[in-house]
Design a protein around this ligand. Structure first.
Ligand SMILES: [Zn+2]
Length: 423
């Protein structure tokens, strides 16, 4: 791409500038040569350097030549008074790449944290999914703020994390945002949760999100995720952006969050610079996770149904406690119960499908198949050797969509306070 502009106008864009000696001053070229040496932010062209011979090379007109490989679009910006700053991100397994920022004078406050946030996003998502594949990333200031292109985001610090994430989809994994926004904006919202937590040095909160969908399921304005965004209607934002983290929260409740992220990382590697359909994604995930999740994808992607589980009854006879779990929704789920035992009594003898969460809490799981015969109730048989049970919680991580979670808890003392939603 060759862009012919008046001398003095700075041009940014997709690709790598091929002719800096023709369009930049020697001062700017010297400053650029130091960008990859540290995480410092270096001013390439300052607010007081304006005009031909000062912001750019001297002359009447200059032709800026950019070359880009493996890109599905091209974007550029120009201004006669851009401030140009640059820093670096260090991509795991690859090395440092430059981050460029061009903004209008007087708007520096919108870029104060942009270098830090963009560096974190590039490094974190590279580690999470696959290394950032491009040779640079540029933040462009202007009337468009919050839009993504290959190697370019029209963004200040406000959307830097989210727009940088788009480099993975649709720039690297070429998904169709209009038809299947959940594979693009939806995955983006999920990874933003992980990145935001990492930036703050805390664990990401994925508990509770899946359950919260129970409050939305049933709203007739909600289109299924597989409807094209053009038919999203008043709930376009929820359908395209917000629902996917709820879906992946439940998936984490079925297979574990680390497994979800491992599988999506493998999907990213396998489908880089290709164009996966939703079917490519779900079949890839089933293979990567080693199980047929057709029931899961069907209800989340093609319907607006929810789970709605509850504990209907608890009876004890000898060392055996029978929990009647009821399912009133159309979407099934595994049966996951946390069993809180009394502090004293006979030793707690684990079951083959249980694991200890702490000294007095066991988590016991039955697969989703228990619902496939069509029954609305499942008798969960607990035999832990006779230790008295104080409390039983269905879906302790609050991962499964549920309009009324208050019936998910049974207590020996009759209290039915809600689950704490912690795994
Ligand atoms: Zn977006």
């Amino acid at each position: 791409m060759r862009i012919d502009v008046p001398a003095g106008w700075i041009v940014s864009g997709t690709g790598v500038l091929q002719n800096p000696e023709e369009v930049l001053t020697s001062t700017a070229r010297e400053r650029l040569s130091r960008v990859l040496d540290s995480d410092a932010t270096i001013t390439i062209v300052g607010a007081d350097e304006v005009g031909a011979g000062r912001s750019t090379a001297a002359g009447d007109r200059l032709v800026w030549h950019f070359v880009a490989e493996q890109v599905n679009d091209f974007a550029w910006a120009t201004a006669e008074n851009f401030v140009w700053e640059a820093t670096r991100a260090t991509i795991p397994g690859k090395g440092p790449v430059p981050i460029h920022m061009v903004y209008l004078p007087g708007r520096a406050n919108r870029f104060e944290r942009a270098a830090e946030l963009t560096r974190h996003a590039l490094e974190f998502y590279s580690e999470l999914w696959a290394p950032y594949p491009f040779p640079q990333l540029t933040l462009q200031d202007g009337p468009s703020a919050g839009m993504e292109y290959p190697m370019v985001i029209n963004s200040n610090q406000g959307a830097a994390d989210h727009e940088t994430a788009h480099q993975w989809w649709p720039m690297m994994v070429g998904t169709n945002e209009t038809w299947y926004g959940w594979m693009d904006e939806g995955f983006n919202q999920y990874m933003n949760i992980l990145s935001g937590a990492d930036l703050r040095g805390v664990e990401p909160v994925l508990d509770g999100r899946g359950q919260s969908y129970g409050n939305i399921s049933g709203n007739e304005a909600e289109p299924p995720m597989m409807w094209a965004a053009n038919y999203g209607g008043s709930m376009y934002g929820f359908q395209t952006y917000s629902k996917t983290p709820l879906m992946l929260s439940m998936l984490g409740g079925v297979v574990g969050d680390a497994e979800v992220q491992r599988a999506i990382s493998e999907y990213t590697h396998a489908w880089a610079f290709k164009h996966p359909s939703p079917w490519d994604f779900v079949f890839f995930m089933d293979n990567a996770l080693g199980q047929d999740l057709g029931w899961f994808w069907y209800y989340w992607l093609w319907t607006t149904e929810s789970v709605d589980g509850s504990i209907a009854d608890v009876t004890t006879s000898g060392t055996v406690t029978t929990v009647t779990v009821r399912q009133d929704g159309q979407m099934p789920s595994p049966v996951v119960l946390d069993i809180l035992f009394a502090p004293d009594g006979p030793p707690i003898r684990p079951m083959s499908n249980s694991e200890m969460v702490d000294d007095v809490t066991a988590r016991v799981t039955w697969p989703v198949d228990v619902w496939f015969s069509g029954s609305r109730t499942f008798q969960a048989r607990l035999d832990f050797g006779g230790r008295r049970i104080e409390r039983i919680t269905f879906d302790p991580g609050c991962r499964f969509p549920d309009r009324n979670p208050s019936d998910n808890v049974w207590s020996a003392d009759g209290r039915t306070d809600r689950a704490a939603c912690t795994r």
